[in-house]
Write a protein that binds this ligand. Structure first.
Ligand code: NAP
Length: 284
């Protein structure tokens, strides 16, 4: 089985991003990472994103707020970041604490700064197949893993396990746009091993440690593991039982070292694209 390494895909995206940066002149785009509270998953994603921006030669700043900030105060603060012409793109770490009406915040984020595709405008564009919008970085990272490894998607049977608005659903739309035949599984799917064995491209995005083992994987399938979980021994693992599929799958992404590294590279790519759109809109 060939191991599809995220670092190699990330390096290819970096080369692309650096070419695009040349069109922007001296003005290096800046990412604003907005975080409420100290959730360990958010802190880990934030660290990864900061490191990636630095390695891509981009600017990034975190905007942390206390977990008990009121909705009104947070909305005001968020609006200031949203309006700041020096901020080219925003990553809002979700879910937000209960007192904040997340839907309202997602509705005010400027669509051309919405790097993770959480605004209604960008969600609609992804579902319409309109490439001028931003898709969620993780969903797009899966497409990049396939494309940068020259794995053809057109005409292939793809099965996604997970139907969240952040990963499963937008990914289904992106795969359809690439002309795959797409099936989406969830907790009510019956005989999931059989459905998954029909996949030539199998994508795991369920958030359940080692859910998919050998019986879910057809011989020769490409397996992309989006899951980030902690196993019984406290080690990071994906949704796929990686060891058990070695003899069955043709290719698979590991966890860690797979899709996660590509997600932040896509975030960097979106930041540069956002800066370009804003530059065009300013007319200089
Ligand atoms: P989520 O909102 O919890 O959604 C999980 C989805 O998986 C739901 O649609 C759920 O079905 C389905 N599911 C859960 N258990 C299942 C089972 N036993 N059988 C079939 N379907 C099942 O999670 P998410 O935000 O999409 O994230 C998914 C995973 O990706 C998590 O591990 C997360 O940490 C990871 N993630 C990784 C990255 C990255 O950069 N690599 C980024 C974001 C998220 P129902 O709809 O029926 O409940």
């Amino acid at each position: 089985m060939v191991v599809l390494k995220g670092a190699e895909v990330s390096a290819k995206i970096k080369a692309q991003v650096q070419k695009e940066l040349m069109d922007l002149g001296d003005r290096l785009p800046k990412l604003a990472i907005v975080r409420v509270g100290e959730n360990p998953d958010d802190l880990s994603y934030e660290r990864g994103a900061m490191k990636k921006m630095e390695s891509f030669g981009l600017r990034a700043e975190t905007f942390p707020y206390p977990a008990d900030i009121s909705h009104e105060n947070f909305k005001q603060e968020f609006q200031k970041i949203n309006d700041d012409p020096d901020v080219a793109g925003i990553l809002l770490l979700c879910p937000l604490p209960k007192q904040i009406r997340e839907k309202e915040i997602k509705e005010i984020i400027a669509p051309d700064k919405d790097l993770d595709g959480i605004s209604p405008v960008n969600i609609a564009k992804v579902f319409a197949g309109d490439e001028t919008g931003f898709a969620p970085c993780t969903a797009e990272a899966v497409i990049q893993v396939l494309k940068k490894n020259k794995i053809s998607i057109s005409g292939k049977r793809a099965v996604i396990v997970g139907r969240s608005l952040l990963v499963g659903k937008p990914l289904a739309m992106l795969l359809l746009k690439e002309n795959a035949t797409v099936t989406v599984c969830h907790t009510r799917t019956t005989d999931m091993p059989k459905v998954c064995r029909e996949a030539e491209i199998l994508i795991a995005a369920a958030g359940k440690a080692k859910l998919l083992s050998r019986e879910y994987v057809a011989s020769g399938a490409v397996v992309i593991d989006v899951g980030i979980n902690v196993d019984d021994e406290g080690k990071l693992c994906g949704d796929v039982d990686f060891e058990s599929i070695q003899e069955t799958a043709a290719m698979a992404t590991p966890v860690p070292g797979g899709v996660g590294a590509v997600t932040t590279a896509v975030l960097a790519d979106h930041l540069v694209r956002a800066a370009k759109i804003q530059k065009q809109n300013r007319g200089h």
